[in-house]
Write a protein of this length. Structure first.
Length: 230
């Protein structure tokens, strides 16, 4: 059995497990292990200088477990490993096809693997873009994964805003939240461009608007609200 999984089980906490299951809002088992501890366990394993094949085998083993901590450990194992950006990216795309995803797993894949890999290897960007037309979780991963490349100037704010526009009116709660989150980050990078974009998007989902405006002044929020919902 995986050393990482054994360590995760050794740190299990039934009380925390129940709370984490509720927090992740998904029918997935939990061991009740906090994320910082998961990361520390994985970092310790990576220091053993495992061969690439061993890392991929271990990541696959962990991903196929029913516990969210094991699945997060699989993602963190890819993140901390010395695998090439291409290998990490390809493996992450396979994980994203899993039917048993939740927001925590999708966002960990997006931030820890997809975005980082594109920053390290810009040729991977065209391989991410088709996700914008696939499953809901893949669509979410596409825009969330591109926030890091935006901050590192691999892509422009305008480029990311065009992708947000594709799913802006989705009825799926997690897409609405993701669009708002990404708009908030776009605003922090280029407030003028983001506000112009939002002003043109009449009657966008309220939750998207709320997330997007978190860093704006009250005056900015009120002015935009009049334009969006008039």
């Amino acid at each position: 059995m995986s050393t990482i999984f054994l360590e995760l089980k050794a740190h299990s906490n039934s009380e925390k497990a129940e709370g984490m299951t509720n927090y992740f809002k998904h029918e997935i088992k939990s061991l009740g292990v906090p994320i910082p501890i998961i990361r520390n366990i994985v970092k310790k394993a990576v220091k053993l200088d495992l061969e690439n094949e061993e890392i991929l085998k271990e990541a696959g083993f962990l991903w196929n477990k029913d516990f969210i901590e094991a699945r997060l450990a699989a993602i963190f194992l890819l993140e901390y490993s010395k695998l090439t950006p291409q290998t990490k990216f390809t493996t992450a795309l396979i994980f994203l096809k899993d039917k048993n995803l939740n927001w925590a797993l999708s966002d960990a894949i997006s931030g820890s693997i997809l975005g980082r890999s594109i920053v390290e290897d810009k040729t991977l960007l065209p391989k991410l873009l088709p996700l914008i037309d696939r499953t809901n979780w893949e669509k979410r991963a596409c825009i969330v994964g591109l926030m890091r490349p935006m901050w590192r100037n691999v892509i422009s704010v305008d480029f990311l805003l065009k992708l947000v526009a594709i799913n802006l009116y989705s009825e799926w709660e997690y897409s609405q939240k993701a669009c708002g989150w990404v708009l908030r980050e776009c605003y922090k990078k280029n407030g003028i461009a983001t506000k112009k974009f939002m002003a043109r998007k009449k009657n966008m989902p309220r939750i998207t608007f709320s997330y997007a405006c978190e860093r704006m002044t009250e005056k900015e929020k009120l002015n935009l609200k009049k334009l969006v919902y008039s």
